[in-house]
Design a protein around this ligand. Structure first.
Ligand code: SF4
Length: 233
């Protein structure tokens, strides 16, 4: 491992440690579900939609259609009343029914436990697959990168791109595998709290002395350089 990678690993370890202390109860998805099928549905519905909005509609949806088989004979319009309050509900209605058909017909009504098969399911991209695998199966095959992760990674100097695949690769390179699920949720927690896309509230951010984008001026400013991370706790 080169020197830069070692220093990046030390930096990310420090970031994770501090974020775990700041957001101890946010290392799992905030979506509500009681089995793997419900998890898959909730994550598909969460695209460009807040978890809280998804949770508000899934209770009734899961009550009326608990299993993928229950969706097979539906038309997308049948789901509109359930999904109308969330964004992109027409497309999501169709994708849910198509996803149910594939899970029933190709995977014996079971949610697959690997990225390759999960990504065959309509509505499932790499991010959805990563969340389902880590939350539903405890398998870390990647890091789910959402808009918060993109913002936080760039502001911390861990990425210089908005391309989720590139950011995921870079975070996987410097982060211990056991932390792949945690780092995604911790960056989301930070992005919802102090490091919002439209407004950063650096003065109450737990990373404001080590972040290269911090607006807080203090004596530890020089420590924000990740190459000086060795002596930070
Ligand atoms: S210090 Fe500011 S820019 Fe850096 S992570 Fe915190 S809120 Fe974001």
């Amino acid at each position: 491992m080169d020197t830069k990678s070692i220093k990046s690993r030390k930096f990310i370890n420090l970031v994770i440690k501090r974020l775990k202390e700041a957001y101890p109860d946010q290392m799992h998805t905030q979506l509500k579900y009681s089995n793997k099928w419900e998890l898959l549905v909730a994550v598909i519905l969460s695209a460009q939609t807040k978890d809280i909005s998804v949770n508000a509609i899934t209770k009734k949806l899961f009550e009326d259609f608990p299993k993928p088989e229950d969706l097979l004979s539906l038309e997308p319009e049948d789901l509109y009343p359930y999904l109308r309050s969330i964004g992109l509900y027409k497309g999501k209605s169709k994708r849910l029914i198509d996803a149910a058909k594939m899970v029933v017909n190709q995977f014996d009504s079971r949610v697959p436990n690997n990225t390759k098969d999960l990504m065959k399911i309509p509505g499932v991209g790499r991010k959805v697959a990563n969340v389902v695998l880590s939350e539903g199966f405890g398998i870390n095959e990647g890091i789910a990168i959402d808009t918060h992760c993109i913002t936080v990674s760039n502001r911390l100097g861990l990425a210089d791109t908005t391309n989720p695949a590139v950011i995921e690769r870079e975070l996987m390179r410097i982060t211990a595998k056991r932390e792949w699920n945690n780092i995604s949720h911790l960056f989301i927690a930070l992005g919802r709290d102090t490091c919002q896309a439209r407004k950063k509230i650096c003065e109450r951010c737990v990373l404001n002395d080590i972040c290269i984008s911090s607006t807080v001026k203090n004596d530890t400013y020089k420590n924000r350089n990740i190459h000086n991370i060795n002596r930070l706790k």
